[in-house]
Write a protein that binds this ligand. Structure first.
Ligand code: PMV
Length: 347
């Protein structure tokens, strides 16, 4: 995928931008790639962008810089982590002959612990690169670049309910994210129980690959995803919490069951994860419509309507092993907060 629209004549200017993107949690999960190199998903997914979990990224590109530099949550990146950022910038610019960048990114939530930090991180970075390098591309194209950084990042470019559409074969023009409904459509909540702030032992890419190669259930996972997506879109359209909740819980357990069936197994849960799941199921028996979802980590996320938020928060806070509870509603699309151009030759 080439983007040759970098404005090479801006090389006497330094540009500083600040962007903000929000994490998203999938209601129909993405788990499996059909092309590693282009990071193409094997199936589509549906997500909810979250208002309280955000990444803020500041990026300066300048002809004065001789190398890229990137600070993530106060730590200077080097080695493969920095190379990944540099390769991402080369890809989005369509060339390695670009101005070098100095960037700083902060998450207001634990990084790499199954809370979709790579989603908000790469969405914020993609938007920052687009602005800083003055690239002309629409949101759909930007979502395709964000997807190269992390599959779920494409969805974080949009607010509210979002669908990631999967194409076929090695063609990547048909793999992009698209907004279903904005953040004002339905007053739902995702209440998150943090059960560990450690980095996950198996990254999502490794987990997906191992699953695709070794799980006997991988094919049926891919085959059943289309129906899950169609049903989820209908449930969201009807604002039907029971249907959307049941389906999101099913998709999460199907994904985790699949990962557990890999060889060796991929297990993201800890004892508090199981305690929290059972507590939510008990709450549901009392008539509260609350549904569990989990990603590549031990955190338990509970999908419910706003009216049930307090009951769910109170419950999760009382579960042994839960460190912290964060509540989120539907969040907005990626934003450019600042853009400053500095003319270096004083003109
Ligand atoms: O975006 P990635 O490559 O980190 O994969 C995300 C995978 C899950 O969070 C487990 C599911 C999803 O659809 O977000």
């Amino acid at each position: 995928m080439k983007n040759l629209s970098v404005e090479h004549h801006i090389e006497s200017r330094e540009i500083l931008v600040e962007t903000e993107a929000h994490a998203n949690i999938a209601l129909v999960k993405y788990w499996g790639k059909r092309d590693q190199k282009k990071n193409l998903p094997a199936a589509g997914s549906v997500s909810l962008t979250l208002n309280t979990l955000r990444t803020r990224t500041e990026l300066t590109v300048s002809p004065r810089y001789s190398s890229d530099k990137f600070i993530l949550n106060g730590t200077i990146l080097d080695g493969p982590e920095l190379q990944k950022i540099s390769r991402f910038a080369n890809l989005i610019c369509g060339t390695g002959k670009r101005m070098k960048l100095h960037g700083e990114s902060d998450n207001n939530f634990p990084t790499g612990a199954g809370l979709a930090s790579s989603a908000s991180g790469y969405a914020a970075l993609a938007a920052a690169c687009k602005e800083a390098y003055s690239l002309s591309m629409n949101r759909r194209k930007l979502s395709q670049f964000a997807r190269r950084g992390s599959g779920s990042a494409a969805r974080s470019l949009y607010g509210g309910f979002v669908e990631m559409i999967a194409g076929k074969g090695t063609e990547e023009n048909y793999d992009y994210a698209s907004q279903l409904y904005d953040e004002n459509y339905w007053d739902v909540k995702m209440v998150i129980a943090i059960t560990s702030e450690d980095k996950k032992p198996v990254g999502s890419t490794e987990g997906m690959n191992r699953t695709a190669l070794t799980s006997p259930f991988y094919r049926s996972w891919i085959h059943s995803s289309e129906k899950d997506i169609q049903e989820m879109k209908m449930a969201i359209c009807d604002r039907d919490i029971e249907k959307a909740g049941e389906l999101s819980e099913h998709s999460a357990f199907k994904m985790h069951g699949l990962a557990m069936s890999a060889r060796p197994p991929v297990l993201y849960w800890n004892p508090a994860t199981v305690e929290a799941i059972q507590a939510v199921w008990d709450l549901r028996k009392k008539g509260i419509q609350a549904y569990v979802t989990m990603d590549a980590g031990p955190q338990v996320k509970v999908f419910c309507e706003a009216a049930s938020e307090k009951a769910v928060c109170d419950l999760l806070e009382s579960v042994p092993g839960v460190i912290k509870v964060i509540s989120a509603g539907p969040g907005p699309s990626v934003k450019v907060k600042k853009k400053i151009k500095l003319n270096l030759n004083g003109k």
